[in-house]
Design a binder for this molecule. Structure first.
Ligand SMILES: C[S@@+](CC[C@H](N)C(=O)[O-])C[C@H]1O[C@@H](n2cnc3c(N)ncnc32)[C@H](O)[C@@H]1O
Length: 256
């Protein structure tokens, strides 16, 4: 009996590894985590290719009800926990793995591509990224400034910042690059520390790993006017650029 954490990659049902697919075929129960990212295909397509019924797991199920569902099943059966991207690139999944190990359930991890590596397609070097940050939907009166602070901290060290943007797939809601830029400009307006100005050079990305990714580089004001299309989006603020990075980014500049 084991709990398999299986990465599905970033695009559609066909991004799974052969090892991942073989593991799913062996499993009695299959869950799909559908709150930290989105595939470009319907769950039905996964069910057809993998030959299994898939149970959708909300954040609530994974974080608060796993002991009565996923972990309970894994005590007596082989269970697959499918994750879009890489299964170990979100704290909530690492936590689930620790809870499984504590309950005496053996865990097997099958890795896959993640947004954390896919951003390499921009030409920005992965080892020069600093702390990743995220922007949540602004609701009520909670307007965190941590993304602004993370950019500032990374900038001071010459490092790039990857900014993840909130999404709620069950409500068909996702944050766009444009909304993220507006949010950061609103913090700049308030703090005036010259961290995120309209002139700041940024890279907006959408649907990385898909056959139609969208990558656009330009200053914040220019990117605000662009349409990045369907989900999922993320934003990068480059730090100090190596000439090879500059050369690669030329490919994506809006105004050459
Ligand atoms: C928690 S992270 C992703 C974790 C996922 N398990 C992975 O390995 O990629 C979720 C955020 O990453 C970004 N993201 C995920 N997939 C993306 C993609 N294909 N293109 C652009 N951004 C993406 C979005 O900003 C999204 O809100």
């Amino acid at each position: 009996m084991a709990l398999y954490f299986i990465g599905l990659g970033l695009y559609d049902e066909k991004d799974i590894s052969l090892r991942g697919l073989e593991a799913i075929k062996r499993c009695d129960v299959v869950y799909l985590e559908n709150y930290t990212s989105m595939l470009s295909c319907d769950v039905k397509k996964l069910e057809k290719l993998y030959g299994k019924n898939i149970i959708l797991s909300s954040r609530e199920l994974v974080e608060n009800k796993a002991e009565d569902t996923i972990l309970k099943d894994a005590l007596s059966k082989d269970v697959a926990f499918l994750v879009i991207g890489d299964p170990m690139s979100a704290t909530t999944h690492i936590d689930l793995r620790l809870r499984a190990e504590k309950a005496g359930i053996g865990c097997i991890v099958v890795h896959n591509a993640s947004v954390f590596s896919a951003v390499g397609v921009t030409g920005l070097q992965l080892y020069k990224f600093g702390r990743t940050t995220s922007i949540p939907f602004q609701e009520e009166k909670w307007h965190p400034e941590t993304p602004y602070d993370a950019i500032k901290e990374n900038m001071n060290s010459g490092l790039h910042t990857l900014i993840l943007l909130d999404l709620r797939p069950d409500e068909k809601k996702f944050m766009t690059v444009n909304q993220a830029i507006e949010y950061l400009l609103s913090i700049e307006d308030k703090r005036k520390e010259k961290v995120f100005s309209k002139e700041l050079f940024c890279v907006g990305c959408a649907r990385l790993g898909s056959l139609k990714p969208c990558i656009k580089a330009g200053n914040a004001e220019e990117l605000l006017k662009e349409n990045f299309g369907k989900p999922v989006h993320c934003l990068i603020v480059p730090g100090k650029l190596h000439f090879a990075e500059e050369e690669a980014l030329e490919l994506f500049k809006i105004h050459k």
